[in-house]
Design a binder for this molecule. Sequence first.
Ligand SMILES: [Zn+2]
Ligand SMILES: [Zn+2]
Length: 288
Amino acid sequence: MQLRFWGVRGSLPIPGPDTLVVGGNTTCVSVEHDNNIFVFDAGSGIHRLGEYLEEDERSGWTGAIFLSHYHWDHIQGLPFFAPAFRSENRFHLFGEEKKGLDLYELLAEQMQAPYFPVSMEAQQGLVTFNPLEAGDCIDVCEGVQVKTLRLNHPNGAIGYRLEAGDLSVCIITDHEHPNDELDWSVVEFARHATILIHEAQYDPEEKRGPKSGWGHSSWQEAAQVAEQAGAGMLFLSHHDPARTDTQMIPLLSRARRIFDKTEIATEATVVSVDAVARGDENPVIVAV
Ligand SMILES: [Zn+2]
Ligand SMILES: [Zn+2]
């Protein structure tokens, strides 16, 4: 099972000289397992995933795309996901219904004129639109389950946990823990996950101060969740657009004082989930 990050930024794509190492695309993660691909969120990073799939010699990808919520940084890449325009591909979408609209209608809105020149009807590779509710457990294919959790975020968001045999990847974005206390439903949800990806948009001081109530976590809380849950490894992601590459190093060393198996998710990060489960020394492969 291989995990790849295609976009690791929250809120806004932020390309430029200050984000070259970590990357500027918004949220998208993929998990490849037994010729299936599972995608979590469709921020601008999903464009890069599309290029990767198009370059692969295989044609006719089958996969599932799980959306945490519909804020732009989690859906804005879908109109630019090239494999969605190919009828030989079969992608199944999953997400919550909102404001009386089904999943198709929610996603088609951002491709309507005058916002976008092509309608979502052209995306023949998106074959089913599956509503889910927090607490659902979905059998996505033989031997693979995806569990869901209600997150605390303006307009609501869903956390996901993919499980296949002994391997599990838990994704918590976007979520705000109460100040001075962890949300224990998140800790339980992440319990013994092989890999925990937890948003880390703010510094602890920002999160307790002016940005309290904005629906996000600090890197400190992310590390505390990983420690309390007994996760195998933690990736900090959904980085604030204002956070530069040089600010990541001191942040990482502080987070490692809480949970030593912490890494910063970058757009070049590729991880063998099996290697993490085995306890290998270097499970992170840095792609070029
Ligand atoms: Zn977000
Ligand atoms: Zn959001």
